[in-house]
Design a protein around this ligand. Structure first.
Ligand SMILES: [Ca+2]
Ligand SMILES: [Ca+2]
Ligand SMILES: [Ca+2]
Length: 698
């Protein structure tokens, strides 16, 4: 999410971690001979690691860039190009652009009818909550494709598409009732509007099918179709089930919660289930009257008015003074069986409570199941969970509750042998009661307490504060290699940079990767390096200036704020952005949010897709043959600092004139003659295919 009152750019982790100076001093203590090298100059640009990157990236990288496509990297099919498409130019326009030879078609949109009895989207936001519950939700985000098995094989023509609806844009979601000047567009704010808001959140499950002509459709009324919303009953499982902190007046046992909220990104398990991650749930809560925040409420970013949704004014469930434990029942990972529309989703508390971005499951050679997840806030942490039980391949029933027991770890990044060379070593620290000082004496009552207050346990053990951990993706061609998008952190200062987060005022973000020791996902140590620093080589042409990015960032592929990361089966790394589309200053020439692909062996990055006005690109899935790509466009029309934002328009104006800025996806093909007939911009799932029917990206 970006660019609005609903963006949580706050910092609720005040814990200091070691400054670069302290890290350098530590390294010098270990190796006094390095003193001269490390202590000279000391502007970041003078740091050896940047010149080191230039040295290892420069010549070889340019050669790779010149060669363009092809080459036999590991894991590719013979003759398959890693980046076999021509880079797409940036754009500030109101359409999706894809490379020559590709098509982009709309599969579903916010408000599309999902069930036989669903009403069609009216376009004026006049639906009530009962109707909204029967339609596709808003703000599409993380997504997975579950192929049907046909004749014993995974189909690339039919299956279930499961997608998150992270939040709503009230300015487009609610129809103004009072005339302009008589009140704000959202007034009067009612309990029914809370319920409609809850209906726009959650998850959609829909059957999708490829037609004979190659185009995809979703099947309205399929028996698999399902809406999960902010009201759907879910079971609480794992160590925090039944804990005092999980009990409320509505659920005195602490075992069942209504709904899932702020479902950002996702994960897909080898046992056929979907994982959805609860991120900025704090934004929906507030309080009436006065309240002194508890330390945990402060640490998780709760405030009197949240992100401005106003739910707490109408529904006591979201009022911390009325229901102080209700927030503890969010910020979890939820597991859903998409093939059984009657199944009850499960909140898996063993995985910890924080602002989960996505969850990436990796299975070791010994069938150990490991789950990675980042906590998306400035200065927060990277986690991994190692399951107690091993995967039983092919036995979904046996694997079903595997995420309920295991050990949660948090990452600590070290400088390694050389300070300032952009690589290092790291360790995973267990967040287990009785270990690493997480004891009753130190204020942690039991494992449930550690899990409900995971952030505070991680603070206690001294984990490394990162530049907003977003998606994590594991390289399918190199077991134990894991990549993370660290989207940006303009709050980092020269005094708080460290080697893994090396830039003060990091406006563009970076992608970091680590290799688990011996390639074993359950290892408790790793080595790491920086895959790329995003930047702007046009605004900052001096390539020794860290603001220009690493050498693999060029005028033709530059971007800011990497967010979604996804490896396809060939080992292509897809990068989706949720950053500034201002196209000026630090971001000049970078246009709208976009998607790129990277060859992680050569470091080459190419721009694959540019989104419409005011959107972010997030959520990615492929058919098993990878000839169909499903990609989500979230919040087209969000005003932010877009260059085409109508003058004088804020949320109030756009709510009353909702086609003044973006009409995507109506703008994509055959837009209506009368622009107002488009109704309003809508989040949507897009199908990208190659006109020659080939593998996407190759
Ligand atoms: Ca995020
Ligand atoms: Ca180092
Ligand atoms: Ca995101």
């Amino acid at each position: 999410m970006a660019q609005s009152i609903r963006d949580d750019d706050g910092t609720s982790n005040p814990t200091p971690t070691l400054s670069l100076t302290e890290l350098v001093d530590q390294a010098i203590a270990r190796d006094p001979q390095r003193r001269r090298l490390l202590k000279t100059g000391m502007g970041l640009a003078a740091l050896p690691f940047l010149t080191g990157l230039a040295a290892c990236g420069g010549g070889e990288l340019e050669e790779a860039l010149g060669k363009g496509t092809g080459g036999k990297g590991p894991g590719k099919k013979a003759g398959e190009a890693m980046l076999g498409f021509k880079s797409v130019p940036t754009s500030s326009g109101d359409v999706i652009t894809v490379p020559d030879g590709y098509t982009a078609e709309i599969l579903n949109r916010w408000g599309d009818p999902l069930f036989a009895n669903s009403p069609d989207f009216r376009g004026d936001a006049s639906e009530g909550w009962q109707e909204a519950e029967l339609q596709v939700g808003d703000n599409h985000d993380g997504m997975s494709f579950f192929p049907f098995m046909v004749k014993g094989k995974e189909s690339s023509d039919q299956g279930l598409l499961v997608l998150n609806h992270e939040y709503i844009n009230p300015e487009y979601y609610y129809a103004p009732e009072l005339p302009a000047g008589a009140g704000a567009w959202y007034e009067p704010f009612t309990f029914d509007k809370v319920k409609k808001g809850l209906a726009g959140h959650g998850i959609s499950v829909m059957e999708v099918r490829r037609q004979k002509n190659g185009q995809w459709t979703y099947i309205k009324g399929s028996r698999y179709n399902r809406r999960i919303t902010g009201y759907t009953p879910m079971e609480i499982t794992g160590p925090a089930r039944g804990a005092d902190a999980m009990k409320t007046s509505a659920d005195p046992a602490g075992t069942e919660v209504l709904g899932t909220l702020n479902n950002c990104a996702n994960g897909q398990t080898p046992w056929g289930t979907y994982l959805t991650c609860e991120e900025n749930a704090n934004g929906y809560f507030g309080w009436n009257g006065t309240r002194s925040r508890t330390p945990a409420e402060a640490r998780y970013g709760y405030s009197q008015t949240g992100f401005g949704y106003m739910w707490h004014t109408q529904d006591p469930r979201f009022d911390l003074n009325a229901n102080p434990n209700e927030p503890n029942r969010f910020h979890w990972v939820v597991e859903i069986d998409p093939f059984d529309p009657t199944s009850k989703p499960k909140k898996r508390t063993a995985l910890g409570r924080f602002k989960h971005e996505n969850i990436e499951i990796v299975v070791g050679k010994d069938n150990t199941v490991v789950a990675y997840s980042g906590d998306d806030e400035r200065g927060d942490y990277i986690y991994k969970f190692v399951c107690d039980r091993k995967l039983v391949p092919g036995n979904n029933a046996k694997n079903r509750d595997i995420l309920d027991s295991g050990t949660l770890y948090v990452a600590k990044f070290g400088v390694g042998e050389v300070a300032g060379d952009g690589q290092g070593t790291g360790e995973w620290i267990a967040l287990k009661h009785g270990q690493n000082g997480l004891t009753v004496e130190n204020g942690f009552a039991d494992q449930a307490d550690i899990l409900v207050r995971t952030r505070m346990a991680a603070d206690f053990v001294g984990a490394t504060r990162m530049d907003r951990p977003e998606w994590i993706a594991a390289n399918p061609k190199k077991l134990g290699d894991v990549y993370i998008a660290l989207t940006n952190n303009t709050a980092r200062t020269a005094a708080t940079v460290d080697e893994a987060n090396p830039r003060a005022s990091n406006a563009w973000g970076h992608i970091l990767r680590w290799s688990e020791t011996k390639g074993d996902p359950k290892s408790l140590s790793f080595t790491w390096d920086i895959f790329l620093l995003a930047g702007n080589p046009v605004a900052f042409p001096d390539r020794t200036d860290p603001r220009s990015g690493t050498p693999n960032i060029t005028a033709d592929n530059m971007f800011n704020s990497p967010d979604g990361l996804y490896f396809d089966k060939s080992g292509r790394l897809w990068i989706q952005t949720d950053g500034s589309f201002a196209n000026t200053g630090n971001f000049q020439g970078q246009g709208n949010n976009q998607m790129l692909a990277a060859d992680v062996e050569t470091g080459e990055v190419r721009r694959f897709l540019v989104g419409p006005s005011g959107c972010e690109i997030t959520g990615l899935a492929f058919s098993p043959d990878r000839k169909t790509m499903f990609v989500n466009v979230q919040h087209p029309g969000e005003l932010g600092s877009h260059p085409n934002r109508p003058a004088g328009y804020g949320d109030e104006q756009i709510a009353r004139d909702p086609t003044a800025f973006s009409i995507w996806p109506a703008s994509q093909a055959n837009p209506p003659a009368n622009r107002a007939d488009a109704g309003r911009p809508r989040s949507a799932t897009v199908v990208v295919r190659r006109k020659d029917g080939g593998v996407i990206g190759a």
